[in-house]
Design a protein around this ligand. Structure first.
Ligand code: G16
Length: 542
């Protein structure tokens, strides 16, 4: 170890100015932006160490995704474009909270324990969303990276999935794609256009859609996408950055409130899309002929993709294991449909795409989606090879080869590194186009159980602990028994509670057979949480 390497890490400007404990949560550190300066600086330092440890470029994204404007956050991206390895989340939390006086010694400890060769060069690829606080936090991270002599590639304003994409492209020397934003748009749109061919509309599918960009960085990306799509998709853009970020708009608002986002006109039967503040989530919705709001969330996207892939596998005769991964938030209606109608194996894991991604890797083709619209599809390298070879095999019939070729091509439309709202949207559009479906036909495939999500404020959300993929509450003791009692009163009732890893709240999920009951069920469970977990502020209501 070079003894002086950490000599300059003490920096008064980025000293820790408060004692609030902060944790690497569901998707990195996320809290009020004004208490994050030292965390960003320290994550700049850590990103350099991680890059040296992995001998590859590391990503650093400054965003609080679906949270409102006053929050911000940071997440690190590993060299293959996936989320930071879980064991390093603990290292990140410890480093973020250590007193300034122990910062250098903790960095030395990390380097020793992780056996890091400090002479290896380090590269950090950095991006940010459109929050007002992001440039200041960017500077803090840059100072951290430069203090440990890391190289920086600053991408400026990018969506989170764009950063993931550029990280993997950089580390694979371009074999996954060109490591530039231009490369990202070209890769996605070239294959979208070639699959679509000359037929812009097909059957009941038309290419018009309305898109709510949550007033986030996704709006910039959508405009660029439109330029590359050359009119093949007629996107009418709303919430393109002039209003407040994620405020009464965006994928999280639409999913949780099950309501039309601000500014999107109420036009019957028009396909609409909402993405979130950093464009890693997407949900669809429409207003039906009776002016009722209808949501097609991550579960719907997952089932649409699973049914399409299953069809292509069956038609082609390719024998590959297809599987789907969900979380406890998945609607019971979707899980029944996947298991009993599609007959695709389905697994349930805890919230956070890092957990879904890991589980999905077990399948040849792993589809994973959270109900909130965060997800993607991943393919084993061996599966990609099998599909490619199959398309070249002259003994297969034209029909079989055609199906295998579609499967091969559609892989390039997918950002396999992480959920990507734009790539997912292009995939959905491709499938709807192939099936000749409008949004009503898509929705008819199965019925969702009526469901409701509520947020409860409590003194310390960590008093709630869970097990069994967050479906069972361990503490406070007695809470689960009481939830079970309440749920048993409602036909097909299900409810669970868990602390959020991105907001200072406890989330309550409820579903049951009758729409007239679901609000009551959610309120009953939320009130219980309020009572047993030291609720603060107003009592739960709708
Ligand atoms: C992040 C994660 C998602 C997770 C969501 C909510 O999304 O990437 O996997 O579902 O937070 O997490 P929690 O319920 O723990 O607050 P995003 O879009 O905010 O980055």
């Amino acid at each position: 170890m070079e003894p002086n390497y950490f000599r300059d890490v003490a920096n008064a400007k980025y000293s820790k100015k408060h004692d609030e404990h902060i944790e690497y949560g569901t998707a990195g550190f996320r809290t009020k932006s004004n208490i994050l300066n030292h965390v960003l600086y320290r994550m700049g330092l850590l990103a350099v160490l991680r890059s040296k440890a992995k001998k590859g470029a590391i990503g650093l994204m400054i965003t609080a995704s679906h949270n409102l404007e006053p929050d911000n956050g940071i997440k690190l991206v590993d060299p293959a474009g996936e989320m930071l390895e879980v064991s390093w989340e603990t290292i990140a939390t410890n480093l973020a909270n250590v007193p300034d006086s122990e910062l250098a010694s903790m960095l030395i400890e990390i380097s020793t324990k992780e056996n890091i060769d400090l002479s290896v060069p380090a590269t950090v690829i950095i991006g940010r969303d459109t929050r007002i606080s992001s440039p200041i936090l960017l500077n803090a991270a840059l100072v951290g990276i430069k203090t440990l002599h890391g190289e920086v590639t600053d991408l400026g304003l990018v969506t989170t999935p764009q950063l993931h994409y550029i990280v993997v492209c950089t580390n694979t020397k371009g074999s996954y794609g060109d490591p530039t934003l231009q490369g990202y748009y070209l890769k996605l749109t070239a294959v979208f256009k070639s699959i679509r061919g000359n037929t812009i509309n097909n059957g009941n599918y038309t290419s018009t859609l309305m898109l709510d960009a949550a007033n986030g960085v996704g709006a910039i990306a959508v405009k660029e996408l439109q330029r590359h799509l050359e009119g093949m998709l007629d996107i009418k853009l709303f919430n393109d950055g002039c209003g407040d970020l994620n405020y009464m708009c965006g994928a999280d608002f639409v999913k949780v409130q099950q309501a039309l986002p601000l500014n999107v006109p109420s036009e019957r039967n028009v396909r609409c899309v909402s993405i979130d503040g950093d464009a890693d989530r997407v949900v669809y919705f429409y207003i039906d002929k009776n002016d009722k709001f209808c949501l097609l969330d991550g579960d719907r996207i997952a089932t649409l993709v699973a049914s399409y892939f299953k069809e292509l596998l069956e038609t082609s005769g390719l024998v590959l294991q297809l599987g789907l991964v969900q979380t406890a938030y998945a609607n019971g209606g979707s899980t029944d449909y996947i298991s009993n109608v599609l007959k695709v194996p389905v697994a349930c894991v805890q919230t956070g795409v890092k957990h879904l991604h890991k589980k999905a890797l077990e399948f040849d083709i792993g589809i994973y989606f959270e109900a909130n619209g965060h997800g993607t599809v991943i393919f084993k390298d061996t599966a990609k090879e099998i599909i490619k070879n199959y398309t070249k095999n002259k003994t297969h019939s034209a029909t079989k080869k055609e199906a295998a070729t579609k499967l091969r091509d559609v892989i390039d439309l997918i950002n396999e590194t992480v959920g990507d709202a734009l790539s997912d949207m292009l995939l959905v559009e491709t499938i709807l186009h192939a099936k000749g479906w409008n949004i009503i036909e898509w929705q008819k495939s199965y019925n969702d159980l009526p469901n409701k999500q509520l947020k409860v404020r409590v003194k310390d959300r960590n008093v709630i602990t869970t097990t069994n993929a967050e479906r069972y509450c361990l503490t406070p003791v007695g809470l689960q028994n009481k939830i079970d009692e309440i749920v048993s009163k409602y036909p097909r009732g299900r409810s669970f509670v868990r602390p959020s890893g991105t907001e200072d709240i406890v989330r309550v999920y409820a579903e049951c057979e009758n729409s007239s009951d679901v609000d009551k069920l959610a309120i009953e469970v939320a009130s219980l949480v309020y009572e047993l977990a030291d609720g603060v502020g107003p009592q739960p209501n709708l």
